[in-house]
Design a protein around this ligand. Structure first.
Ligand code: HEC
Length: 201
């Protein structure tokens, strides 16, 4: 009888703060690991949903601009709209969404040290032709989610080899908008950067 009250008390103490810690204190080891696995799966799903949702938004807008107006206008559109678009997805998903790169075009999209490490890991995976799995890291208050952004043929007109894939007039506009642009020289099927998403627990 006493034990039950103790559990209820512990339960009440932790219930608004952290659900998993109750599970940890009461459940046997096996259920614990399976619940951790389930949690991992849920974050995996949310992370991918955000990454693909944002990608779809950005992609849809980019493709329609490319079709309607051509590379130059799409580029100006990308430059102006990319950040507000990711911002609007952030409000939808209550998460912090970044698109970062080791060879960034926009100075705001520069990968930090951790992110560079993950980009290099994804490069290995893509080079081997394997399907990338999201990388998930947890801290006390957040879950961090990383997933690669890979190039296809369409990207090369703005991220490919200067003068070969990128037309001179595009190159000129790029260097005006981004004097420190590092985001050229890519081929198809290369890691252009990663989604870096922070979900508050
Ligand atoms: C019409 C030109 C254009 C095309 C096509 C294009 N991009 Fe970009 N990309 C840009 C511009 C401009 C930026 C900088 C946006 C900004 O200022 O936030 C950018 C930024 C990015 C970034 C953010 C990191 C950074 O370097 O600043 C990633 C990742 C990216 N592009 C990936 C891609 C991929 C993958 C494709 C193909 C599916 C693609 N882009 C196609 C013009 C383009």
């Amino acid at each position: 009888m006493k034990k039950i009250w103790l559990f209820i008390l512990i339960g009440l103490l932790f219930s608004c703060k952290n659900e998993t810690s109750i599970k940890k204190s009461v459940s046997p080891k096996e259920t614990e690991t399976s619940s951790v696995k389930q949690e991992q799966k849920d974050y995996n799903k949310t992370g991918l949903e955000i990454a693909f949702g944002t990608k779809k938004q950005l992609g849809k807008n980019l493709i329609s601009q490319l079709n309607k107006k051509g590379t130059l206008d799409a580029l100006t559109f990308c430059n102006v709209k990319a950040i507000p678009l990711t911002d609007s997805m952030q409000t939808v998903y209550q998460a912090k969404i970044k698109r970062v790169s080791d060879k960034n075009r926009n100075p705001n999209n520069k990968a930090n040290n951790d992110e560079v490490t993950y980009i290099n890991q994804f490069k290995e995976v893509i080079k081997k032709g394997e399907k990338p799995q999201p990388i998930i890291k947890k801290t006390q208050d957040s879950v961090y989610f990383y997933y690669p952004i890979v190039t296809n043929g369409m990207c090369l007109q703005c991220h490919g080899k200067p003068n070969k894939n990128i037309k001179p007039e595009t190159l000129k506009l790029l260097s005006n908008l981004y004097p420190n642009d590092k985001a050229t020289g890519y081929d198809e099927n290369q890691v252009r950067g990663i989604w870096s998403i922070q979900i508050k627990k």
